[in-house]
Design a protein around this ligand. Structure first.
Ligand SMILES: [Ca+2]
Ligand SMILES: [Ca+2]
Ligand SMILES: [Ca+2]
Length: 263
């Protein structure tokens, strides 16, 4: 009879009650480990980009303003203020509105302007010579923006330098001219902007401003774990809890104390 009430645990003979207690603790450990590992498996996901649906600004300048090439937003999809109004937009400084172009096409210039620009005016930069460009970005609805990033030229030719500062939605930010004269990006974070329209104004240092892209992100960091990891860890937790509950009942009401008809 005694052997029916004993179990072996790691080579040691245990009473059924102790065995169930131990297995209950093991089940609880598995369940808790699953939950803890699920938390540990959680990864931060980068803040999401915010996409503009259009922007308005003065077109870039070119040979008509003394440029070596033409630095227009030539293929901008909206309207120009000078006939024939649609692309190609080949008029220095004309008002562009209602479209997208070089500043939001995902192409970030990594080379100095004289390698990538041309007389055709379809290079990746927009260049302004005698204008402090005021650029108004429009979004499909009210958005949250934490960070604005500008992708600018900083040329070995001193005629092209970063702007002195950027005014974003009424707040001024100083831009330091990097020591290296190569294209670079500069980000302004902690903006706390909410709205459907954001204005960016660049103030010249007295040189040409060359800008190839403007990006926005919402600064909201999401948390996620991979799907296989979720399934595995959730499974561990459920199975562990299930076994723990069964063992807990068994320990509360050990079978030897139950009427023989229920054993
Ligand atoms: Ca671009
Ligand atoms: Ca261009
Ligand atoms: Ca520099």
């Amino acid at each position: 009879m005694e052997s029916a009430c004993k179990k072996y645990w790691n080579g040691t003979m245990l009473s059924r009650v102790r065995y169930r207690r131990l297995s209950r603790l093991l089940a609880l450990w598995i369940a808790v480990s699953g939950g803890v590992a699920a938390v540990a498996w959680t990864e931060d996901v980068a803040a999401a980009p915010v996409i503009a649906v259009s922007y308005d600004m003065p077109n870039g300048n070119g040979t008509a303003t003394g440029g070596f090439f033409n630095y227009w937003d030539r293929d901008y999809t909206g309207n120009g203020s000078v006939a024939p109004f649609s692309a190609p937009h080949t008029n220095d400084g004309e008002a562009l509105s209602g479209g997208l172009g070089d500043l939001t096409d995902g192409v970030i210039a990594t080379q100095d302007w004289f390698f990538v620009e041309s007389a055709a005016g379809d290079g990746p930069y927009v260049g302004w010579q005698d204008i402090d460009p005021r650029i108004t970005f429009h979004f499909a609805s009210s958005v949250t923006i934490d960070t604005v990033t500008l992708h600018l030229a900083d040329s070995t030719f001193s005629e092209v330098e970063p702007p002195n500062n950027a005014n974003i939605d009424g707040t001024n930010f100083t831009i330091v001219n990097p020591v290296a004269d190569v294209p670079f990006s500069v980000s302004f974070s902690g903006l706390g902007f909410t709205g459907a329209e954001l204005t960016l104004e660049l103030r010249q240092s007295g040189r040409w401003i060359f800008l190839s892209e403007v990006t926005f992100d919402d600064g909201i960091t999401a948390h996620s774990i991979s799907t296989p990891g979720q399934v595995l860890l959730l499974g561990m937790t459920i199975v562990g809890l299930g076994v723990w509950r069964r063992r807990r009942s068994a320990v509360l009401y050990p079978s030897q104390y139950l009427p023989s008809s229920t054993r």
